[in-house]
Ligand binder design. Structure first.
Ligand code: CO
Ligand code: ZN
Length: 329
């Protein structure tokens, strides 16, 4: 599974430009699925199981945060703004790759107090150009952070673990799901990082009876963090609440009881800020009971995000077990 995680995290697909990652995922899921289609927004919808069963939607977003060029100055420096939650303190000295293959380095103008973090307007991308003539980047071109995958044994580090690790878990759960009484839809959504857009439209199209998302959550187990107990290696986190959603108690019970029955470790999660695709699913159409299975992840939205491989494998086991048996909700 590590090879799959490497392949998914080393693909560049910022929000709105999910074509590359969709091709990679489609190649993985096609031999495993009963039906594969792409909806109008670009989300990849993968069905497994007989039609007429309970419709269960599982959403993992395939987009990643990135940057978009706003203008190119006379000396060839590219000014930009963010696509999704990019923090200035995570950019200095970073490398980027544009969707068209152009690479560059990010730096910022000098600021008065060197201990301050410059505002995003002070940053630029240097692609090695010396003027705006014949420049490889156009206004509106999009890039992602350029970092290779790193295998530290139990701990794995990469850009876009948010949420390629959720995509990897969904693919492996589909692979592990030999038989299901349900009409299961694994949906690899677009444009999560800019406002859960693909999950909302996909949920409308699929019209599920219930569902959940698979996404990363924060971490509480590094120096200086208080009041958040989720830790890497303690199992996948079963979300109770985040900044946008209260999980349905019946979905929480389905998750926790399946974990306990199968002796899969898990932790309970209450996240103060941030949210996932489940929020958009929950308020789709006439409403959908939802929850979320989170992969604890350090340094979310920095170019090097870290997860624990055991949590990842236990999430796969939990989801495959949940989908293999009837569910009364
Ligand atoms: Co994110
Ligand atoms: Zn995410």
């Amino acid at each position: 599974m590590k090879q799959l995680i490497q392949k998914l995290t080393e693909t560049f697909s910022p929000s709105g430009y999910e074509g590359a990652i969709r091709d990679v995922i489609r190649a993985e899921v096609t031999p495993l699925a009963d039906e594969v289609r792409v909806d109008q927004m670009g989300s990849l919808i993968v069905r497994k199981g007989p039609k007429g069963g309970k419709k269960i939607m599982i959403a993992a977003h395939m987009d990643e945060i990135g940057l978009i060029a706003t203008h190119i100055d006379a000396k060839g420096f590219v000014r930009f703004t963010n696509i999704g939650g990019v923090r200035p303190q995570n950019m200095m000295g970073g490398r980027v790759r544009f969707v068209n293959g152009t690479r560059g380095v990010i730096y910022a103008e000098p600021i008065e107090k060197p201990s301050d973090t410059p505002a995003i307007e002070k940053f630029y991308i240097d692609v090695g150009a010396t003027s705006d003539k014949n420049h490889p980047v156009k206004v509106g071109d999009v890039c992602g952070f350029d970092r290779t995958f790193m295998d530290l044994g139990d701990r794995l580090v990469a850009k876009s673990m948010d949420d390629r690790i959720g995509c990897a878990v969904a693919i492996e759960a589909l692979r592990a799901l030999k038989e299901t009484p349900h009409e299961v839809y694994f949906v690899f959504t677009v444009q999560e990082e800019v406002g859960l857009r693909g999950a909302g439209t996909s949920a409308y199209g699929v019209a599920p009876d219930l569902g959940f998302s698979i996404d990363v959550t924060g971490w509480g187990d590094t120096p200086g963090i208080k009041n958040f107990i989720v830790a890497l290696g303690n199992g996948p986190a079963i979300k109770v609440k985040d900044g946008g959603m209260l999980a349905d108690p019946r979905i929480i019970h389905w998750m926790t009881s399946t974990a306990e029955k199968n002796k899969i470790p898990y932790q309970r999660e209450v996240l103060l800020g941030g949210t996932t695709d489940a929020t958009a699913m929950q308020v789709s159409r006439a409403g959908v009971p939802v929850g979320c299975i989170s992969i604890p992840c350090r340094y979310v939205h920095a170019p090097s995000e870290m997860v624990d491989y055991n949590d990842v494998q236990n999430a796969v086991k939990l989801i495959a077990a949940m989908l293999s048996n009837p569910v009364e909700i």
